[in-house]
Design a protein around this ligand. Structure first.
Ligand SMILES: Nc1nc2c(ncn2[C@@H]2O[C@H](COP(=O)(O)OP(=O)(O)OP(=O)(O)O)[C@@H](O)[C@H]2O)c(=O)[nH]1
Ligand SMILES: [Mg+2]
Length: 375
């Protein structure tokens, strides 16, 4: 298709999103729609604590426990009816998900939840046949099934992509398309730290496909945003509690096939101009692959912390990763829950400390710090 047509299509796409009032992907990304969804103000401290636990929950069971506590603690009156209904709906969804595959029922097949691992969890999303599985195999060394035909992938497949001295978890997913909606897609995306939106720009209907994908995700209360944890983003608490805002990098796949004149890349830039940062890759030639890992590591907003047992050398092979702004106590918790509760102080080596400086549990750690934990 000539690139001018494509540009027109892109303009249509952009204007559609700018004006329909549902999806506002102007300067503020999709977050625009989330503002003004105000929550009742008179919520009890017990409810707020439970809500905090929900926001920080790492897996569906923790989320479910927090939701039950929220429902128990929420003041029961007219002003909270909406929120109560939302909580109940989420409890039902999560209970169903945790019940797992049901024999002879609708829920058959492997589990659809992927436990987060490594420095961050990144989901591969996109229209059918856009090259998600080929990219997954290249990034993680997995044997993800690559097919010439659409709808090859049916279930989530996790893999680990090495970056620096850590690894980022990458999940291959089925395509997101109107013909074949995946009921559990929002649950699997809920625990992700970000996603790669894989788009094959040489596909004639790629723009419509992207529109359909956004609509489907939006119905499931997942909104894609250009804000990554390392950016000065919108704080989490400004979001509707049950809407997942998923940081997104637009990945133009099969770059080996893109027009050398640069027309396709110009199109890509127009697409990126709509909302997301963008990057071109080829699973076939490896173009853009190494940069992708480093980009993700930088944007995930994590720091690496190494540990050391008193009297021994530091273990410089396997750092712990925590989000920027985390403390010595957060790192101790990853080592062992008990160690975190009994921690008295730590000795730290790093850029912001002098060697072997004694620091408290609330000391904020930085990338490359070495900690010796003392109970
Ligand atoms: N030339 C070229 N072809 C590619 C590249 N990546 C994938 N393909 C081809 O594109 C087709 C689809 O690839 P998949 O990785 O299965 O696509 P998918 O997005 O996982 O597809 P579904 O699981 O059906 O959604 C296959 O024929 C691949 O060989 C690439 O980088 N370059
Ligand atoms: Mg696939």
């Amino acid at each position: 298709m000539p690139s001018t047509n494509r540009s027109n299509q892109l303009e249509d796409l952009a204007s559609r999103y700018r004006h329909d009032g549902q999806l506002d992907i102007g300067q503020n990304g999709y977050i625009g729609i989330l503002k003004g969804l105000g929550v009742p103000a008179n919520l009890s401290p017990a409810y707020k604590t439970a809500e905090g636990q929900y926001r920080q929950a790492k897996d569906p069971q923790e989320r479910l426990d927090a939701l039950k506590e929220m429902l128990r603690a929420i003041p029961k009156h007219k002003g909270t009816e909406h929120l109560q209904a939302d909580i109940k709906a989420r409890i039902k969804e999560l209970t169903d998900e945790l019940a797992g595959p049901k024999k002879g029922g609708a829920r058959t097949g492997p589990t659809t939840f992927v436990k987060p691992d490594g420095a961050g969890q990144i989901a591969l999303i996109g229209p059918p046949n856009s090259g998600k599985s080929a990219l997954h195999a290249t990034l993680t060394g997995s044997h993800a099934h690559v097919g010439e035909y659409p709808f090859t992938t049916q279930f989530p497949l996790p893999g680990m992509m090495p970056v620096h001295d850590v690894a980022i978890q990458i999940i291959d997913l089925p395509p997101i398309a109107t013909e074949h909606p995946v009921p559990w897609i929002s649950n699997v995306l809920h625990s992700a730290d970000g996603c790669l939106l894989i788009v094959d720009l040489s596909e004639p209907d790629c723009v419509e496909r992207i529109v359909a994908l956004h609509d489907l995700l939006n119905e499931r209360r997942v909104v894609l945003t250009d804000k990554w944890p390392a950016d000065d983003g919108v704080a989490d608490h400004e979001h509707d509690l049950f809407t997942k805002a998923l940081p997104t990098l637009l990945v133009a796949s099969k770059s080996d096939r893109l027009d050398e004149s640069g027309d396709e890349l110009a199109v890509l830039e127009e697409l990126a101009g709509i909302a997301y940062p963008c990057h071109a890759v080829s699973a076939e030639t490896g173009q853009g692959i190494a940069e992708l890992g480093i980009w993700l590591f930088d944007k995930l907003g994590v720091v690496r912390v190494y540990t050391k047992v008193p009297g021994k050398e530091a273990d410089m092979d396997r750092p712990y990763t925590v989000s920027t702004g985390s403390t010595v106590r957060d790192v101790a918790r990853l080592v062992h829950r008990e160690i975190a509760t009994q921690l008295k102080y730590a000795r730290a080596w790093g850029t912001s400390e002098f060697d072997a400086q004694q620091v408290g549990a609330d000391h904020v750690v930085e990338d490359g710090d070495i900690l010796e934990l003392h109970l």
